[in-house]
Ligand binder design. Structure first.
Ligand code: PHE
Length: 470
């Protein structure tokens, strides 16, 4: 099949607004909403937030523009896109596809747990509130029993929901869904901010978040902000290349990048303004990050809050919206590759990938319960101290956070900066002077030098020194 035929029946975004919501929907995800507050807390509050903004401006937005340019210029799936711009470089896109697949292995598990919590807050909030730790342990097999609900039933529902949205196509499925859900997500966030700010004691949390104390900033906090920025903006996983490839040449890429980064950062900060004050206002509760905090400690916080059932319900709904709009983008990157390069039908690609993700993803939750049952599912990981066993859950996260995502992000920045070249990329961005790009030179400098150095540092510190980014 010729190139023309291959690209002829590709989908396209129906409107600029639809594209912005879809890309913002990909960016705003579990990482943005639950990881950012924990990291901001560990990083000391205000100073971390400022560093984060700086990292978004100097690196995140820069890399995102590069990914959109590659995608839009080629109008192809991410592997073909890189290959088309420079023969033999398709592997950069393939790294992205593989990263997306690995991230999906845990995304569907946690997405499934979120669905379980929405139902729990509707049907049996008193059971959750009676002992939040026990409730969560029950879901993920804390007693050592096989976690049918946490590993099978709910992740299956989440996976099927993602597949159904994708089945609608680019503008009829992904775009429609994001246009509906993303504005709703922002409204729910606003309601939640008001609900937590009204709590007595919440001001301490606010003060913490806006107090700038530079002594909390060190190499580790900067590295953590870098990792967070890349994950939160969906960079390095070919997702933005893929979404950019459905974009018409009449779009102003630079402007779109600013809006998407702004939405993602505002959501991350709002999430901080919801979670941190709520935790500060609740006696005997400590801030934390990661999955179990979101389900255990936060449920404890909701249990002590007036109207906590409704606040909690809204919060998990918000997480579900965020998770679905991101998972859809991750699978789309894989599906567009399979349909265009392997000639699979869209349906076949969606459902076969969903099946694969569902079965492998199960290992994530099962390894939790296995540990508790004394039958851990160990795999080997490594750093400068050599190889050591980690649970399958930890392995999946390490593989994504420390190896695949930074590697794919590094490769794609180097590609834009040095292989395809910033001059070519700028031509694509400017469209014959249609969209003047005043910061073009600065952008070229940042993507050629600063971005690869920063991402290279993440890779080295993570892989070699075992530095934890999440
Ligand atoms: N940005 C999403 C989040 O914050 C995760 C994601 C990464 C989604 C990469 C798509 C691609 O959770």
């Amino acid at each position: 099949m010729g190139k023309e035929e291959k690209t002829a029946n590709r989908g396209q975004w129906a409107s600029t607004q639809g594209f912005i919501w879809a890309a913002a929907g990909s960016a705003v995800g579990l990482g943005t909403i639950w990881k950012f507050p924990g990291k901001a807390y560990e990083g000391g509050g205000g100073a971390y937030c400022l560093v984060y903004i700086l990292v978004i401006l100097l690196l995140g937005a820069i890399a995102m523009l590069g990914e959109f340019a590659v995608g839009r210029h080629s109008q192809r799936n991410c592997v073909a896109a890189f290959h088309q711009l420079k023969k033999g470089w398709g592997w950069v896109g393939l790294l992205g596809v593989l990263s997306s697949l690995i991230v999906m292995f845990y995304y569907i598990e946690v997405g499934g747990w979120v669905i379980r919590y929405i139902l729990a807050y509707i049907m049996e909030p008193s059971r959750v509130f009676a002992d939040p730790n026990a409730y969560f342990a029950d879901l993920v097999g804390g007693d050592g029993a096989f976690p049918w609900d946490g590993a099978v039933l709910y992740p299956l529902i989440f996976t099927v929901a993602t597949a159904l949205i994708l089945s609608g196509g680019i503008s009829g499925g992904i775009e429609k869904f994001n246009k509906l859900v993303m504005p709703l997500l922002l409204v729910v966030m606003a309601v939640l901010v008001f609900a937590t700010l009204a709590l007595p004691g919440a001001m301490d949390g606010i003060r913490f978040l806006i107090k700038v104390d530079w002594s909390t900033i060190n190499f580790g906090t900067i590295l953590s902000a870098l990792g967070q920025c890349f994950f939160s903006l969906s960079l390095g996983m070919s997702v933005m290349v893929t979404y950019g490839s459905y974009l018409s040449r009449q779009e102003n890429l630079v402007q779109n990048v600013w809006v998407i980064c702004l939405i993602d950062t505002v959501v991350a900060f709002l999430s901080g303004f919801i979670i941190i004050p709520a935790v500060f206002a609740t006696p005997n509760t400590a801030m934390g990050g990661g999955g179990s905090f979101t389900f255990t400690a936060l449920s404890g916080v909701f249990s002590l809050m007036p109207g906590g059932i409704y606040v909690g319900l809204l919060f998990y709904l918000l997480l579900l919206f965020a998770a679905l709009t991101s998972s859809v983008s991750l699978v789309e990157a894989i599906v567009s590759y399979l349909t265009e390069e392997w000639g699979l039908g869209r349906r076949t690609a969606i459902w076969s990938m969903s099946t694969l993700i569902f079965f492998v993803g199960m290992a994530y939750t099962v390894s939790y319960s296995g540990e508790n049952a004394g039958t851990p599912l160990y795999l080997l990981w490594f750093d400068r101290r050599g190889f050591y066993p980690v649970t399958a859950a930890a392995f999946i996260e390490l593989l994504a956070d420390r190896l695949m995502i930074p590697l794919a992000a590094l490769a794609s920045c180097l590609f834009v900066g040095w292989v395809w070249g910033t001059d070519q990329a700028r031509l694509e961005i400017e469209q014959n002077g249609h969209f003047p790009f005043r910061w073009g030179k600065l952008w070229a400098f940042l993507i050629r030098y600063l971005a690869p150095t920063a991402i290279g540092m993440i890779l080295l510190c993570g892989l070699w020194f075992g530095f934890s980014l999440s």
